[in-house]
Write a protein that binds this ligand. Structure first.
Ligand code: C2E
Ligand code: MG
Ligand code: MG
Ligand code: MG
Length: 283
């Protein structure tokens, strides 16, 4: 990959020509370019949030919103996270971007709540770097205070891999977050290596079943069995379950037969720009 090439090149600039070819060279330049542009993107207000509704499939009501960052690039247009998050993570810039996301999401939700009845939490994704940053709790408090948003309307999404390295430390961190009254959701659930037994020790509110279980769920008895098992296990642990990546009616039917009601996916809505979200849910 281009990143591997860059690492090699940094390690030994003399050897790097070994696997240089034109295509790699182009990728490398693109990456360096992205890195440079990212530096100024925050300062130039080029990040925006999109908002994807989370819905109760039975009643059709809104139960939450996930904030998803986009880079409004002056030439490249709207760049999704896949186009910059890995570079931002490697360079550490993800932290500043992430803190901006946290502030902005809280500010926006409070603004919406002042306009109309929107009594659902907004979910913010936390990177590994943010979750383990000693200033996390302070930052969350600040975001809540600055916006005036009540803590019950904020939910932080973290992945299993974020906690894998040091589970005890992560549990302490989760408890600090929960003590603020803020929710925690375990994102991309089922894609990590972790055993299920650790779930009972995690102070989380919600599991987000990963899209990979949904892709073939309409045809796959195995996937249905897995999702059903996750749902009933979560029920016994008093943890909510939501499924992400529902695109079709068939997937929705299959998921409902697994007794899962909370849904996020293109079938209901793609992530929406601020105005589109307001038009749809605050009209
Ligand atoms: P995620 O947190 O698992 O977010 C869900 C992703 O799945 C989003 O992609 C969303 O647009 C997409 N999605 C939702 N429903 C469907 C569907 O029905 N079909 C398909 N194919 N995709 C669906 P997005 O916005 O491109 O974000 C990708 C990932 O980037 C996120 O995955 C999250 O890990 C990361 N990310 C996004 N925003 C932030 C952020 O503010 N901070 C951090 N640290 N990471 C972020
Ligand atoms: Mg929720
Ligand atoms: Mg997420
Ligand atoms: Mg996810």
């Amino acid at each position: 990959s281009a990143e591997a090439a860059l690492r090699e090149a940094k390690k030994s600039s003399r050897k790097s020509f070994f696997f240089y070819n034109n295509e790699l060279h182009q990728k490398l330049l693109m990456r360096l370019n992205t890195e440079n542009e990212l530096q100024s993107a925050l300062y130039n207000h080029q990040f925006v949030l999109y908002y994807q509704p989370q819905v109760d499939a039975c009643s059709g009501t809104l139960i939450g919103v996930e904030a998803l960052v986009r880079w409004k690039h002056p030439e490249r247009g709207i760049v999704p996270p896949s186009g910059f998050i890995s570079v931002a993570e490697e360079t550490g810039m993800i932290r500043d971007i992430g803190w901006w996301v946290l502030d902005e999401a809280c500010r926006q939700m409070k603004k919406w709540q002042e306009r109309g009845p929107l009594k659902v939490p907004i979910s913010v994704n936390l990177s590994f770097n943010q979750f383990h940053d000693d200033s996390l709790v302070k930052r969350v408090c600040f975001a809540l205070e600055a916006s005036g948003l009540q803590p019950e309307y904020l939910e932080l999404e973290i992945t299993e891999s974020t906690m894998a390295e040091d589970l005890e430390r992560s549990i302490r961190r989760l408890k600090e977050i929960r003590a603020l009254g803020v929710g925690v959701s375990l994102d991309d659930f089922g894609t990590g290596y972790s055993s299920l037994s650790y779930l009972k020790s995690l102070p989380i509110n919600q599991l987000k079943i990963d899209r990979s279980f949904v892709l073939d769920i309409a045809q796959s008895n195995q996937d249905q069995a897995i999702v059903t098992a996750i749902v009933s296990m979560a029920e016994h642990l008093w943890i909510d379950v939501i499924v992400e990546g529902i695109e079709t009616k068939e997937q929705l039917r299959a998921i409902e037969s697994c007794r899962c009601r909370a849904i996020q996916g293109y079938y209901y809505s793609r992530p929406l720009a601020e105005n589109d979200f307001s038009d749809k849910y605050l009209a």
